[in-house]
Design a protein around this ligand. Structure first.
Ligand SMILES: NC(=O)c1ccc[n+]([C@@H]2O[C@H](COP(=O)([O-])OP(=O)(O)OC[C@H]3O[C@@H](n4cnc5c(N)ncnc54)[C@H](OP(=O)(O)O)[C@@H]3O)[C@@H](O)[C@H]2O)c1
Length: 255
């Protein structure tokens, strides 16, 4: 059995991704918050819902999806049942040092998933404490694999990886919306414009993933000399597209 404490936006997305992609809901135990949110998710997905953290005593690993304001009280409650357990926290400020200090008998990790975990296409960065064995890392991969990719990085890179993979779904949504607006401006109906923009983002990502060429070379392939695409690329550059994206990441990083 695996456990979750907190099933809000990101905890709920991971649970949904697991179950929708074949993880047995009967093997998942969730301790939710005070609102009806987790209950509503449970009615939809069928996992086991418990009221107290103590009820996760026989569960391992445990994933923590609560916000920063609830983390300390959750860790305090978790401490007495955490011995030798694998505890993976998604909470933004749940550094490995903080988790290690609060749960000295557990094996802790800090992970930052993104919302595409919900459809099994997530990209999650993770930093394990040194106590994790290779076998235990494989155990975490075998679970998170249902939700997409899991990549181990040093904790110094976890934040920026979380921004590049985790804030950017909103950036891409904005791009898709803008592209669709442009389609509507030039006569497409809204649904067709969205279908085209979303289908393009999906297809281009798949091509970039499967191709030996990097995105820059893929762009070169579709920009014929004097053609309409290079004129569009030049217009994007004129309006600072590349710099806008870099500045968006700077802003998300708090610079
Ligand atoms: N959203 C993302 O894309 C994302 C990605 C990576 C990491 N994170 C990090 O993950 C953390 C949570 O973010 P979120 O967006 O998922 O927040 P959220 O939607 O507010 O979810 C937090 C959930 O924790 C529940 N909760 C609070 N106290 C609890 C307790 N004592 N026991 C059990 N459950 C409890 C809340 O319950 P109620 O239902 O009662 O409110 C809520 O459902 C943040 O630190 C965030 O930085 C978020």
């Amino acid at each position: 059995m695996i456990g979750f404490i907190g099933a809000g936006s990101i905890g709920g997305a991971v649970i949904t991704g697991l179950i929708k992609n074949g993880y047995d809901a009967k093997e998942i135990v969730v301790k939710g918050g005070k609102s009806n949110r987790t209950k509503a998710l449970q009615e939809h997905l069928g996992f086991k819902l418990v009221q107290k953290i103590k009820q996760l005593e026989d569960v391992n690993p445990i994933f923590i999806g609560v916000g920063a304001n609830a983390l300390d009280s959750v860790l305090l409650e978790l401490k007495s049942i955490s011995k030798d357990k694998l505890i993976i926290a998604f909470t933004g400020n749940a550094t490995v040092a903080k988790l290690r200090q609060s749960l000295p008998d557990a094996k802790v990790a800090h992970a930052i998933p993104n919302t595409p975990v919900k459809v099994g296409a997530g990209f999650t960065g993770i930093t394990y404490s040194e106590k994790f064995t290779e076998q235990e890392k494989k155990q975490v991969i075998s679970i998170m694999g249902y939700t997409g990719q899991l990549v181990e990085v040093p904790e110094t890179q976890l934040g920026i990886l979380g921004t590049v993979a985790g804030c950017s779904p909103a950036f891409l949504d904005l791009f898709i919306e803008a592209l669709s607006d442009a389609g509507v401006k030039h006569g497409l109906n809204r649904k067709l414009a969205y279908d085209a923009a979303i289908g393009m983002a999906l297809g281009s990502s798949k091509l970039a993933l499967q191709s030996d060429l990097n995105p820059s070379a893929l762009k070169d392939e579709v920009t014929s000399p004097g053609g309409s695409t290079i004129k569009g690329v030049a217009a994007l550059e004129e309006y600072g597209f590349r710099n806008a994206v870099i500045k968006a990441v700077d802003a998300a990083e708090g610079e």
